[in-house]
Design a protein around this ligand. Structure first.
Ligand code: 5AD
Ligand code: SF4
Length: 339
């Protein structure tokens, strides 16, 4: 971790655009030194939009009675794995709301079926599950886990995630690391009540966790949530966060997020130029993809999965990079093993 590279004051200044030229050039240079022109593609299968939580920012929150809920059957999920395989996508992210309908054994069964049939890395993104479950899934072959902290500001966290505690969330992220998962976390930029100071503290705290994957996306208000009337996060500030995270975490995998691209695909390209090295297209079947509406417009903009993935590859090339067919294992971990 290279947090000492930038002081909190410097981070705050950079977030406000004091030296964009230096920031983006430095981040891009660091990314180039480590990843060359490669951009990794992760296919996301959003297999359930049920959620027992009630986060103020998210359209999947349990109090959103306007949302039609769905769960994909294991066979549908396996079809998504087949699509990933046919498109040479080597990572499948199994993502859902916090849905305890799926037992420990059912999730394990899915991991094993995907791994036995395809040469694909399985990433889980299914929330704060029990420690015994997390361990079991690692033992049966899941290799990566994403669990965003969202904000390290304790007061804001506990306001926006009712009944949840920031320390539990951070503890879970650390437990995932301890188990051996390539672990990812991240923050939302532009949440109501967030300040530049709190974002700069988030960046430092997130970097201190030494994670293999780090994400930040802009807040997008969802009308069916208590935050529906607030303004969205700023995409320019978000790519500054990407660039600062790249400088502080040179070898981490950092996505240019779908939330960023909802401001226009040029912002996804801008994220890649600012230091991101991963994109995560949705492979969720067309019949349900619109229902995974964490924020408005998520998963819109294409009809066919094939077109969406082709579109993403085109965008990567337009930004001056190369879509990689590698599994994109963490270079951060390889670095640590060598040192
Ligand atoms: N805007 C942007 N990102 C959001 N997320 C949830 N709600 C929003 C929103 N309104 C992100 C969170 C969460 C993931 C499911 O989506 O980071 O981890
Ligand atoms: Fe559920 Fe995650 Fe949305 Fe919170 S952010 S309501 S835990 S899906």
């Amino acid at each position: 971790m290279n947090v000492q590279k930038l002081s909190q004051k410097e981070i705050t200044d950079l977030l406000q655009g004091k030296d964009d030229k230096w920031l983006f050039e430095e981040a891009s240079k660091i990314k180039g030194n480590i990843f060359g022109k490669d951009v990794y593609i992760r296919g996301v299968v959003e297999f359930s939009n049920f959620c027992k939580e009630d986060c103020f920012y998210c359209g999947l929150r349990r109090s959103n009675g306007c949302l039609v809920r769905y769960r994909l059957a294991p066979l549908d999920i396996m079809r998504c794995a087949e699509v990933a395989d046919s498109l040479k996508i080597k990572t499948l992210v199994l993502q859902s709301g916090e849905d305890y309908f799926y037992s420990k054994e059912q999730i394990a069964g899915l991991i094993q079926r995907v791994k036995s049939r395809y040469d694909i890395v399985v990433t889980l993104s299914i929330g704060e599950r029990r420690n015994d479950e997390l361990k079991f899934w690692f033992d049966v072959g899941a290799e990566r886990y994403l669990l965003k902290v969202e904000t390290f500001d304790e007061k804001l966290y506990e306001q926006l995630r009712p009944g949840k505690r920031l320390s539990d969330r951070i503890g879970k992220v650390m437990y995932l690391k301890e188990l051996g998962y390539e672990t990812g976390s991240g923050i939302i930029v532009g949440l109501p009540g967030q300040t530049v100071d709190s974002i700069s503290r988030d960046i430092i705290k997130l970097s201190e966790l030494n994670l293999e994957m780090i994400a930040c996306g802009p807040f997008i208000p969802h009308p069916e949530t208590p935050l529906g009337g607030y303004p969205p996060g700023d995409p320019l500030t978000t790519i500054r966060v990407v660039a600062i995270l790249r400088i502080l975490n040179p070898s981490a995998n950092i996505p240019s997020t779908s939330a960023l691209s909802s401001f226009g695909e040029e912002w996804r390209r801008a994220g890649l130029k600012a230091g991101a090295n991963v994109v995560m297209p949705s492979l969720t079947p067309e019949k349900v993809k619109d229902l995974y509406s964490i924020y408005p417009g998520k998963n819109s903009g294409y009809d066919e999965i094939f077109d969406a993935v082709e579109g993403i590859k085109r965008l990567i090339r337009e930004a001056g990079f190369i879509p990689s067919e590698s599994k994109g294992y963490s270079k951060r971990r390889l670095d640590e093993k060598c040192s």
